[in-house]
Write a protein that binds this ligand. Structure first.
Ligand SMILES: C[S@@+](CC[C@H](N)C(=O)[O-])C[C@H]1O[C@@H](n2cnc3c(N)ncnc32)[C@H](O)[C@@H]1O
Length: 216
């Protein structure tokens, strides 16, 4: 997601206070979920949250769940964190880092859902390894998924979706609840629309969606 470099980015991030979890690439250690969310038992994470429409909607709909939102671009994450702060939503925490670090930051098998929404498609074949649905990245997410946990993935990009349909099985996942037109499907009623989703569906693009899980 492109956002013009903003002035006061660090100050705005600091003003979001404890909503933004500390991240030090040189000194990675596991978060204690019981300290972050003493009253929650279920945790979900969105990777690449952008400006935060999805995580805001999910957190409002599920106040019993502790959400985490990861975004590697600081100026984008700040916009999402300010949304949560201004709406006085209590059950979202942000992390400003790349997804590659998540295995070192969270306890094993702690997430009921991992949401990948409109992940960057990296259309050039030589950049395939950067896609969040490249099989090695999906393999790394296995450590994060709780028993019975699922990855929910949606994208307007049919090439990325078709690529992902091949990568999930390579990484050992099964898939179900697959649709090439989410908004016309049975999953539309529970769907929380992201910023990219609103934009692309307004332009007439169909939204692809799947759920992936690990066989027992
Ligand atoms: C195309 S945008 C979609 C944003 C939002 N999910 C939506 O649907 O509106 C993808 C977002 O994922 C972030 N992102 C991409 N790769 C990432 C990674 N490896 N770790 C963390 N964030 C990532 C980008 O910075 C960007 O903000």
């Amino acid at each position: 997601m492109r956002v013009r470099k903003r002035k006061n980015g660090d100050a705005r991030k600091a003003a979001c206070g404890e909503l933004v979890l500390p991240f030090d690439k040189e000194n990675l250690s596991e978060f204690a979920l019981s300290e972050i969310y003493p009253d929650k038992k279920t945790f979900c994470i969105e990777i690449g949250c952008g400006k935060g429409a999805f995580i805001t909607g999910m957190a409002q709909k599920h106040p019993d769940i502790g959400f985490f939102a990861v975004e590697k671009v600081s100026d984008v994450m700040v916009i999402a964190a300010e949304k949560i702060r201004d709406a006085e939503i209590q059950n979202v925490r942000f992390l400003n880092c790349d997804a590659v670090h998540l295995g070192k930051l969270f306890p094993k098998h702690c997430f009921h859902r991992i949401y990948l929404n409109f992940s960057d498609p990296w259309p050039k074949a030589r950049h395939a390894k950067r896609r969040l649905t490249y099989h090695t990245m999906l393999e790394s997410f296995k450590d994060l998924l709780a028993e019975n946990g699922r990855i929910e993935f949606k994208t307007d990009n049919r090439d990325l979706f078709d690529f992902s349909l091949e990568e999930f099985p390579i990484a050992g996942y099964q898939m179900e609840n697959i649709t090439y037109d989410l908004h016309a499907s049975e999953w539309a009623k529970d769907n929380i629309v992201t910023e990219y989703e609103a934009n692309f569906s307004a332009k007439g693009f169909k939204i692809n969606r799947l759920e992936a899980f690990l066989p027992k």
